[in-house]
Design a protein around this ligand. Sequence first.
Ligand code: FAD
Length: 307
Amino acid sequence: MLGPVILAASRSDRMRRLVTAAPVTRQVVDRFIAGETVDDVVPIVRDLTAKGLELTLDVVGEDITTPEQATAARDAYLLLIDRLGALGLGERAEVSVKLSMFGQALPDGHDIAHRNVRRVVEAADAIGTTVTLDAEDHTTLDSMFAIHEDLRRDFPKTGCVIQAYLFRTEADARRLAASGSRVRLVKGAYKEPAEVAYQDKREIDKAYVRILRVLMDGDCYPMVGSHDPRLISIAQELAHRAQRKPDEYEFQMLYGIRGEEHLRLAAEGHRMRVYTAYGTDWYGYFMRRLAEKPANLRFFVRSTLTK
Ligand code: FAD
């Protein structure tokens, strides 16, 4: 029951001010956020790749309100890609972007976000890596899918994310499965109304399996984004039945969550990619991680109160 309350708070400016000013927040945040700058994250990229893992890097931020912020977000990604290229890490580390950070909600936002993300996709392509468009709340998805389709004409490896909790997603999955795209399937992390999304965890899990089967049986490249042990073993079984080779799908998990499982899957010969977020605008990302597991909130409150 706490999850929806925390998700509502994730969009509140008042809560943002309270949480980001809390004395020990940084210590709790560090579990999920790999640092503030490119310099902080580079050693982590080196460490994880040395352990046989791959990464998708996210410069945290979303829901910006001015074109200047959108340009700054784009430039932060260009700086990251430039550094990955200089260090020769492009083959092991791709990037994930949120279009709301690139200006999607501004007037003419679709075009602004499209222009900004295209620059990032071009730069990524130049160093031999790829970009995945994260899925945000349901009102943003038609625009995200249109941008994804357009980018794929020039950069076919551009990926996108679909969310099992949305009723629309099975249809989106069928379209993407036929298109040869890279597709990350996740359960979904936003607060969505009952008109558009399953609210019951079991219904979401069932939808996840149905959609995963569509992706595994299709022509696309499935990226299984989940920490759920049951879904991971179902994914392995579906990949096996679809006769997919180890380089024809991958698992993805978030930095700071079930790290031992990242290593176990990689050691078993699976492609395992760690979604690694860094940056200073971590509030929305952090609150979604709290909402996913109430124990995280208890830890956060306890460490704040005992300070
Ligand atoms: P759950 O049933 O929530 O969790 C299974 C188990 O994993 C839990 O029992 C717990 O042990 C562990 N776990 C899960 N979350 C946490 C946590 N926060 N802290 C501690 N332990 C935890 N959502 C979007 O809406 N859009 C996106 O673009 C998006 N991208 C993602 C990218 C990746 C690589 C991943 C892994 C997730 C992404 N998500 C995204 C988040 C996703 O929608 C879920 O909210 C999140 O993954 C939790 O669901 P789960 O499948 O891990 O299953």
